[in-house]
Design a protein around this ligand. Sequence first.
Ligand code: ADP
Ligand code: MG
Length: 413
Amino acid sequence: MSQTDTETNETRPAIVGRGLSKVYGLGRRQTEKALAADDPRAAAAAAGGYLGAHDIDFEIAKGEMFVVMGLSGSGKSTVLRMINRLNEPSAGELLIDGEDITQVSDQRLRQLRNNGIGMVFQHFSLFPHRTVRENAAYGLKVRGTTRSERLEKADAALERVGLGGRGDKLPHELSGGMRQRVGLARALAVDPPILLMDEPFSALDPLIRRDMQDLLVELQAQDQRTTVFVTHDLNEAMRIGDRVMVMRDGRSVQVAPGPEIVAHPADEYVSEFVADVDRARVLSAGDLVRPPRLVLDEETSRADALTRLGENEVTGAFVTDAEDRLLGVVTADRVADLSSGESLREALGEPYEQVGPDDVVGDFMQLAGRQVVPVTVLDDDGRIVGVVPRAAILSALSTANGASAETKEVAHA
Ligand SMILES: Nc1ncnc2c1ncn2[C@@H]1O[C@H](COP(=O)(O)OP(=O)(O)O)[C@@H](O)[C@H]1O
Ligand SMILES: [Mg+2]
């Protein structure tokens, strides 16, 4: 195990990939030659092989939900399967909790696959003649746990995925969505520190798919398990991923949190890719927040308050207490009506709309532009994080072709 001085068990990334490449169909010499060429993709193809992934870098934190997203054939599964070496990397380093697994013995690799890294595929291969419970317990079999312990853990996992009480059923007695839950339960029963998921929900109907996404988000909130999740569905990636790696033609073109990818696509390709995303559900108040124009301490005198309202050309100002907590909003009119000696507290009462940093735009956009101050973003302690002006919402929701959300709305009306 390699460990640097600055890294501790907690801060060390769960999975690190450095310069990972995969060439299919060529021997070692030809692979090396292709990867050293100016255009490895063309060189691999010219030699009769195929460049599945090229020079991929990533660092996945412990507990992170890391999504690999791209069109079919972009190399997502290639990258995922290198992490447990179902695919031998042709070049590069792969560290699992600091251990370079491209170098480990077969025995250590087996151990990692059995205990350390779970995997969930699109098509779970459930055993048709075994009960749901036995299917869920399957992953524990290779670990030498007793039968009663296995079944107990399987039942607990089935409970977690909403299949409590269905352990005695056979797979064919369940719907497609429920069968996927059994596959998920099978992975959860082993409780591995790392979970790899390759398009697990891609074969499901949209509504069931959404349910499964919700379930995964819920389980992840409880477990904070390091998970690498492959999907070709952008909205799915945005819904469940802490960060998303966008792949194109075997390359990683951007790694960032979903909202950042939508707000700042790395290139034209990503920008076109995200053009159709439901921005209102991806972007949150925290992504669009701006500093408030004017915040007045409650001790500010009537005269000073009026001066600053005038200087800042605002119709309303926030008033905070000594701990910077928001007390309310005042307008110039209300401040002007104060008699000298009265504090700004007496002028409060102007309505305002407040949201949290994680609230998505779609849930509060209709509130924007209604009050004298923009939608106000407060933290858990009631302090002002900032504001989201209506203009910021409209510009963030405008699509790549320049049509703003507002004109779209009008066009649909
Ligand atoms: N075992 C293999 N042998 C040859 N080519 C492969 C193999 N596996 C994948 N490929 C090719 O590598 C490319 C990337 O595949 P894959 O990683 O499965 O993409 P994705 O999961 O994004 O759809 C595809 O063009 C695919 O045909
Ligand atoms: Mg794939």
